[in-house]
Design a protein around this ligand. Structure first.
Ligand SMILES: NC(=O)c1ccc[n+]([C@@H]2O[C@H](COP(=O)([O-])OP(=O)(O)OC[C@H]3O[C@@H](n4cnc5c(N)ncnc54)[C@H](OP(=O)(O)O)[C@@H]3O)[C@@H](O)[C@H]2O)c1
Length: 266
């Protein structure tokens, strides 16, 4: 049995990591700014929830005490949170080192270092903090999640237009499959290299149009599928196919099976 601290253990991926780790018999502590109330879908029995903030350091020593490994599933999407994202990771690593944690695993985004899109730049910056840490570290880069593309379709369908970005394909993955990859990395035997980089990708490459058609079929939503150019760094990233590794497939849950499970809530 390992003692695992999941930073961001209440998030989309973090709570799947916590759920799986507890099911496998590990001791799990979750760190997040807010502790989910009893009965919340973000909360699991047998997980200890600690309130803390990686941007200030508050609560980190408590969450990391006695941990063998920390799994960083944190997010910092916009504005100040995005600007502070890498420093938060560095603070977590420094306090993990001080607490005697043996290994740190971080979730990142596939090929984020190839883009000038500011959100991806913040991910690449955090990856560098991991590669520079004295701890044993593993960065697991995932492809986009099924929910991200579904959310784009859902927003467009409010005005009866379902956007597909010209020239874009995706290899989306479910948070459950990402969580498995993170936990595997956290528990694997120690390796010779101090820092390792992994990728975990979805089970199939689909054009965004194919995904939009599936999304319409499963949700029954009305709206016209329209091709739109996506300008800027994110558009360049997608058109170059930097979000794909076509020869690799890891995740078990396809986009359609993920949609079907959530048919009522989409
Ligand atoms: N979405 C995608 O398609 C995709 C693809 C590949 C990789 N990723 C990466 O996967 C990671 C996790 O994504 P996610 O969607 O699971 O994130 P999420 O659902 O937004 O969860 C983020 C977690 O971090 C916690 N958190 C945020 N700021 C914090 C802070 N300052 N201190 C302590 N805890 C903090 C949140 O709880 P509180 O808010 O209560 O603090 C929550 O538990 C992200 O780094 C993302 O870039 C995403």
């Amino acid at each position: 049995m390992a003692s695992i601290c999941v930073a961001g253990g209440t998030g989309q991926v973090g709570r799947e990591v916590a759920r799986r780790a507890v099911a496998e018999g590990h001791k799990v502590t979750s760190l997040s700014r807010r502790v989910p109330p009893l009965g919340s879908e973000k909360r699991h029995d047998d997980v200890t929830y600690v309130a803390g903030d990686v941007t200030t350091g508050e609560g980190l020593a408590t969450a990391l005490a006695g941990a063998d490994v920390v799994i960083d599933c944190l997010e910092g999407q916009f504005g100040k949170a995005q600007r502070k994202f890498a420093d938060g990771g560095a603070r977590l690593l420094a306090l993990a080192h001080r607490a005697g944690v043996g290994r740190a695993v971080a979730l990142s985004i596939i090929n984020c270092d190839l883009s000038t899109y500011p959100y991806y730049v913040s991910k690449a910056r955090k990856e560098r903090r991991y590669s520079e840490s004295p701890l044993e570290t593993v960065v697991v880069r995932a492809t986009q999640f099924h929910g991200l593309v579904a959310m784009i379709f859902a927003s467009g369908s409010k005005v009866r237009l379902i956007p597909v970005f010209k020239g874009a394909s995706f290899q989306t993955i479910s948070p459950v499959d990402v969580a498995k990859a993170l936990l595997d990395a956290a528990l694997e035997s120690p390796a010779a290299e101090r820092h390792r980089l992994r990728t975990v990708v979805g089970p199939e490459v689909l054009t965004m149009r194919q995904m939009a058609e599936s999304w319409k079929a499963v949700t029954g939503a009305r709206g016209r599928i329209v091709e739109v150019p996506l300008p800027g760094a994110m558009g360049d990233f997608l058109r170059a196919g930097n979000n794909l590794i076509p020869g690799q497939n890891d995740g078990l849950e396809t986009f359609v099976s993920w949609l079907e499970k959530r048919r009522e809530s989409l």
